[in-house]
Design a protein around this ligand. Structure first.
Ligand code: HPA
Ligand code: ZN
Length: 329
């Protein structure tokens, strides 16, 4: 058996970032929108660097205009995840894109997304939960409105809250109020940090937002004391190695710190971030990790158990997911 065939848990996937380019092209055509500037001649997404990627991402997202569009998107994304052996997934989704932070509109988008997730669970067995996402470069005021949407809809399906967007924009302590609202509503907490800024930003996330998980967090490796703190406190990193390599955080796979972090006792998990943008998939990430670091079936099984334990879901769901990760007896 190839490690790529193993059942997988994915904790870090941006919903719009999972949109196949052909899906976005199709929606643009339906809406008479010219989006040719965001595609290469071969049909893939075209961007120069992370900041241009964020612009292209928002342009692609601009043709997702109705709950029905998000219903179709969710089905397309989950079909791909299930084909990659993912049995449980958490997706970032944002009231900024889904109804402009209007609570009534957000509820409608959410209902459409959940309905699609229920269909995918029945047909492919994949379980999805949502992490509500303020966009850092939209600023802390909008993040509070987003947190209100999150708090009002927190429950069995919206189970997390986590900031994404441009890590170089603003300071995380200005988002603390929004995160406090989310925490009080019972949501699990994560934050993108330590991808475009160094270890100090990971420390800022830990101090200001008190997350149990960090999105990326890989640049913590530059600071030994911080690595120890992550290990001792059991902070789980949502590592997306292919994303980091394609965006140039690291020049190649052998330079990626996922293995050194793991060896030093940090709990790491593996995700794709925005798979079609970064020409990756969960199968591909597993193949590259096996090739680069010699990881074997037991390594991947352990990583998936850790991911399931760190998942923002109820105990019953977690137990069922953990059972699906074990080899058949
Ligand atoms: N990183 C940060 N923000 C994002 C991303 C990402 O990969 N995708 C969409 N927003
Ligand atoms: Zn991300």
């Amino acid at each position: 058996m190839s490690v790529a065939d193993l059942p997988k848990v994915e904790l870090h996937l941006h919903l719009e970032g999972g949109a196949p380019p052909a899906f976005i092209r199709g929606l643009a055509a339906e809406k008479d929108e010219d989006l040719s500037r965001i595609f290469n001649a071969d049909g893939s997404y075209a961007y120069r660097d992370f900041w241009h990627f964020l612009e292209v991402y928002e342009a692609a997202t601009s043709v997702l205009r109705t709950p029905e569009d998000y219903h179709r998107l969710t089905l397309a994304v989950l079909e791909e995840s299930a084909a990659n052996g993912v049995v449980y997934s958490e997706t970032f989704l944002s009231p900024d894109f889904c109804g402009g932070r209007d609570l009534g509109a957000w509820r409608e988008y959410l209902a459409a997304i959940r309905e699609a997730a229920d269909i995918a669970e029945r047909t492919d067995g994949i379980v999805l939960r949502g992490i509500v996402t303020p966009i850092r470069h939209f600023g802390p005021d909008k993040a509070r409105e987003t947190a209100r949407c999150a708090a009002e809809t927190a429950g069995d399906w919206v189970t997390g809250f986590g900031v994404a967007g441009d890590e170089k924009s603003g300071e995380l302590q200005d988002f603390a109020y929004a995160f406090d609202m989310a925490r009080e509503a019972g949501l699990g907490i994560t934050a993108h940090a330590g991808e475009w800024r160094g270890p100090d930003e990971v420390r800022a996330a830990l101090d200001a937002l008190r997350p149990s998980r960090i999105g990326h967090g890989v640049r913590a490796v530059e600071d030994d004391r911080l690595v120890d703190r992550l290990a001792e406190d059991g902070i789980v990193l949502e590592v997306c190695p292919g994303s980091n390599v394609v965006l140039g955080v690291y020049p190649d796979w052998p330079s990626h710190p996922i293995e050194s972090l793991r060896k030093r006792g940090v709990t790491v998990t593996v995700s794709t971030d925005d798979p079609p943008f970064f020409h990756t998939s969960m199968r591909r990430e597993y193949d590259r990790l096996a090739e680069t670091f010699g990881w074997e079936e037991d390594d991947f099984r352990q990583i998936n158990r850790d991911a399931a334990r760190a998942a923002f879901c109820d105990a019953e769901t977690r137990k069922a997911v953990l059972e699906r990760l074990e080899p058949p007896t």
